[in-house]
Ligand binder design. Sequence first.
Ligand code: MN
Length: 193
Amino acid sequence: MQYFIPALPYDYKALEPYIDEATMHYHHDKHHQAYVDKLNAVVAKHAVLQKGKLEDLMKNLDSLDIPESDKKAFRNNGGGHLNHTLYFEVMGPQKQIDETLLSRIKQTFGSLETMQEEFNNNALTQFGSGWSWLVEDTGGNLKLYSTANQDSPFLQGHKPIIGLDVWEHAYYLKYQNKRGDYIKAWWRVLKFL
Ligand code: MN
């Protein structure tokens, strides 16, 4: 079984000026590809990683009978693949507002702005590399939190709806140390809201 990175559903420069073409090339072609290559390498070593959905394997990772070092490689690189697939999917040059999601957000958080404020705060205060998430938990409720490294919400059985990559590789070329400016710009290219 081999994993592949999906082709970008838009041009590399389609998100300019918010996310620049060079960052998109490095991020999609180099960083995401590296996660997929390392994921394929660890999957090739264990039959138990070769069947079922990546999301489900992630959820049941603790119970898998493989060495800790391979578990860690699978967690990091499987997470890296799932996270980046979502990240590139939820962005786009044109807004296609998801009204159902929008009304669920208003119901849960009071307003879109309140949700965005908390989401941004999680993104800003994530120490070091990680992600800010809007997820659906196991009870079907919307939740906001951040994770470190490439930890996927699927590890807890949560379904990620929106994920913002705050690793420096996602923004450093254009925004340097100004993570806040990147976060603000990213909302402009988030398709659904
Ligand atoms: Mn990334």
